[in-house]
Design a protein around this ligand. Sequence first.
Ligand code: 5CA
Length: 445
Amino acid sequence: MRLSRYFLPVLKENPADAQIVSHRYMLRAGMIKQQAAGIYSWLPMGFRVLKRIEEIVHQEQIRAGHIPMLMPTLQPADLWRESGRYDDYGEEMLRITDRHKRDMLYGPTNEEMITDIFRAHVGSYKDLPLTLYHVQWKFRDEIRPRFGVMRGREFYMKDGYNFDLTKEDALHAYNRHLVSYLRTYERMGLQAIPMRADSGPIGGDDTHEFLVLAATGESEVFYDSAITDLKFGDREIDYDDHAACRGVLEEFTSRYARTDETHDEAVFNQIPEERRRVARGIEVGQIFYFGTKYSEPMGAMVVNDKGERVPVHMGSHGIGVSRLVGAIIEASHDEKGIIWPEGVTPFHCGIVNLKQGDAATDAACAEIYGALTAKGLEPLYDDRDERAGAKFATMDLIGLPWRITVGPRGLAAGKVEVTSRRTGESEEMSVLAAVDRIAALYKGV
Ligand code: 5CA
């Protein structure tokens, strides 16, 4: 993409109403525009990041054996009357009446609808286990939408639902989700810690939230600092292996880590004092096991191997896809702007032309652009007729992890400059070496 042809409405001033850094930078970097309280348009730069996060979520879900599909945003109220949640959900549910006076709602989550799909099409234990998921817009009429996309009213969420014959199998699905979530967040450059939490309106006793530590997080968290040493890394895991998945869950949940909802001061105080941490975190996902809470009232039954009809055991598992855009910025920025991790960056590399209109400089930029594109990478080429300082400021604000700077002086010596946004360190090298360097940095990302 050439910046002169792109749509990047960067703001020079700090927006007055943005209280936290991610909200400020998302507005300043032209990623989003607020349309109503808690409702945002995703401008091209923001949309790119959202899609990259969504793609990682899909890849890791599919790797874990889960099946993608798509359910609508609008749902009939009758389904929710069956589970009893139409009345229970309260004012967070946006209720809509259509022209035939039928009660509808904008889905805040999809347990009822997926259970309806299941009961219509599945009748035998032989079709289990089954995990279906989608990534879809949700609406929760939050009383206090704030912090930009972090607590929106309309937000983008991955929600998955497992159907299993037994509680033991459903707990394996829970463990499998925990493992796949660890991989998912690490690929986004995040450490998200599973913490014992409260299940709220979704229900059930078993639930973990995944929290990214950040001073601006909305949840108060209590944990043993030893937990932050754990990394999932690139270990191979067989998602059908119950013991292996349980082992990972035990490893990542054996240390004390709880949100304020489940915090227990007496248990916490048994940890050596120097390892006790009280901090804040951003909830980027949550997994639940709730047994037959929906399958029983809604009649989602299968025939087991003895010929008996039994309700299926279920759980649901969410990732806050749009919230993650903000959470990643909270975890990765400096005073100049965003610093995107390679896994989610909107463009792989910026190209800054220091002397637009100079034949040799323009040609070298075009060569780099073409070579990166040929390697399957997406560069953003700042080909505007602007001062170098303004170009650098824009690049720093939008946070591409790598930048190639091209100017007549360097070119005379056969060199361009490759700069890391994270460290600020630059290295001079030939055009070809720069292209190879960038390509190598993205191998395996
Ligand atoms: N049905 C279950 C699991 S799919 C469910 O809805 N879980 S949830 O309520 O925990 O939501 C899943 C994730 O969506 C949360 O962890 C959070 O990251 C994100 N989320 C929830 N509310 C909002 C909101 N108002 N704005 C942005 N993201 C949100």
